[in-house]
Design a protein around this ligand. Structure first.
Ligand SMILES: Cc1cc2nc3c(=O)[nH]c(=O)nc-3n(C[C@H](O)[C@H](O)[C@H](O)COP(=O)(O)O)c2cc1C
Length: 158
């Protein structure tokens, strides 16, 4: 299979964008993801998929929990920063504390604080299934969208 063409085909599915944060040995880390998916309402489960080639794979895979922040259009720069290779530090990013540990991004549309329920090895990715222990919806701003390899926004007039 032509993997470039496969990737491009997958990119025709528009998604939102999230940042997942987790605790490392002595600080917290973040990564931009669009593989976030809701899984179950009862029990409350969600998942995201992490590339096993990522430098931070082991940090995220070893963490007992993680926080998902759903991004708005104002988070475009922070999203690009946390998608840069090797750039996972949260220094100088506006954060809010969470009850369970890994901080959330300020002004997120929604925040999900999760305990890792299960890790599933799936090809070149690890599926991280999280049980949602707390959630909140701090901001009602427009969502950041990712489509065909580019950031976009919803046309909220149609
Ligand atoms: C919009 C967007 C969505 C992404 N989604 C994912 C994802 O779901 N899973 C993942 O492992 N990496 C994803 N990435 C890539 C990571 O954000 C990041 O680029 C990569 O982890 C950097 O390499 P490193 O982890 O080795 O430093 C995404 C990048 C962008 C820009």
């Amino acid at each position: 299979m032509d993997s470039r063409a496969f990737r491009d085909a997958l990119g025709r599915f528009p998604t939102g964008v999230a940042v997942v944060t987790a605790a490392g040995a002595d600080s917290h880390f973040g990564i931009t993801v669009n593989s976030f998916t809701s899984v179950s309402l009862d029990p409350p489960l969600l998942l995201w998929c992490m590339d096993r080639r990522s430098r931070r794979h082991d940090v995220f895979a070893k963490a007992a929990g993680f926080t998902v922040s759903i991004l708005g259009t104002d988070h475009k720069d922070v999203s690009s920063r946390l998608a840069r290779p090797g750039e996972h530090s949260l220094d100088d990013i506006a954060l809010i504390e969470t009850e369970l540990g890994p901080p959330a991004l300020a002004d997120s549309l929604a925040i999900f604080e999760c305990a890792v329920e299960k890790k599933i090895e799936a090809g070149d990715h690890t599926i991280l299934l999280g049980r949602v222990l707390r959630f909140s919806c701090p901001s009602a701003s427009a969502p950041l969208v990712f489509f065909r390899g580019k950031y976009s926004a919803l046309d909220q007039n149609s």
